[in-house]
Design a protein around this ligand. Structure first.
Ligand code: SAH
Length: 248
């Protein structure tokens, strides 16, 4: 974990100068038989290791080509339970955590879903496999622009709408949401997100100090609007930023 913390810190410090050098210009095209079989093996492993994972969620992991969200130098990690850098000091989450969080939200096809932290677009792509109405917000402009192009390239833009902005404030015009998934760690549960959650809705939100292990809360909004929260994991996520420092 200390290693992750150090890498993140180095990434954040070098970000303004190295931002563009860190990015592969071209997306990985196509897929090999090995990538296909590695993905099938990952799905089998997720079936064994994520409690109560449903066939719908597993199918999503079988459909989305994770290697296309990762840099060429990290291709070997694509179907292992590994996180990786994606440029701009940000990371793609490991598949176990993506699967666990997706499973916990119990998403139905007609649910309106908000993701905070588009990042590589991988989690959002999994979400659009299980919901027809996904909205995703990313604060780092050049990363968001790159990922928007990738999602269009993969044909996923029909069910996922993306926006550049501070996801602390959610995406009010499209709310309220049945499900909200935050993929960066805030220092408290953002009140605007609670407000944009429908009664009966569920939200997953990591909370913790920057670059240290924190908790993931499952927040439930009851029919009367009251909220309860429960810790469902301990994990280290990149911090929720309040400004885009990528090109400053
Ligand atoms: N869901 C992503 C995880 C990326 S890491 C994936 O599957 O790859 C979390 C992302 O949250 C980063 O891209 C980071 O830039 C973004 N982020 C941080 N603070 C944010 C904020 N206030 N609003 C929106 N996105 C934010």
């Amino acid at each position: 974990m200390r290693q992750i913390v150090q890498l993140c810190l180095v990434g954040a410090l070098l970000m303004p100068t190295l931002a563009h050098a860190q990015i592969d210009k071209n997306f990985v095209q196509g897929e090999t038989d090995k990538q296909k079989s590695d993905r099938a093996a990952m799905v089998k492993w997720l079936k064994r290791s994520v409690k109560d994972i449903t066939p719908r969620v597993l199918k999503a992991f079988g459909n989305v080509p994770r290697h296309k969200y990762m840099r060429t130098r990290d291709q070997k990690k694509a179907y292992k339970n590994k996180w990786a850098h994606i440029g701009y000091g940000q990371t793609i989450t490991n598949p176990w955590m993506v699967a666990y969080m997706t499973q916990l939200l119990d998403i139905k096809a007609n649910h309106k879903v908000l993701e905070v932290g588009t990042g590589s677009g991988y989690q959002g792509s999994i979400l659009q496999e299980v919901s027809d109405h996904v909205h995703s917000v990313e604060i780092v402009r050049p990363l968001a622009e790159r990922t928007h192009k990738l999602l269009a390239n993969l044909g996923y833009k029909k069910r996922i709408k993306t926006r550049i902005g501070d996801g602390y404030f959610g995406w009010e015009e499209n709310g309220p949401y049945d499900r909200i998934m935050v993929t960066c760690a805030a220092d408290h549960i953002p009140v605007p997100l609670i407000q944009q959650l429908k009664p009966g809705g569920l939200m997953l939100v990591p909370v913790g100090p920057a670059f240290q292990k924190g908790v993931v809360y499952l927040v439930t909004k009851k029919a009367d609007g009251s909220v309860k929260r429960k810790v469902v994991a301990t994990a280290s996520f990149v911090p929720m930023r309040r400004v885009d420092i990528s090109d400053k």
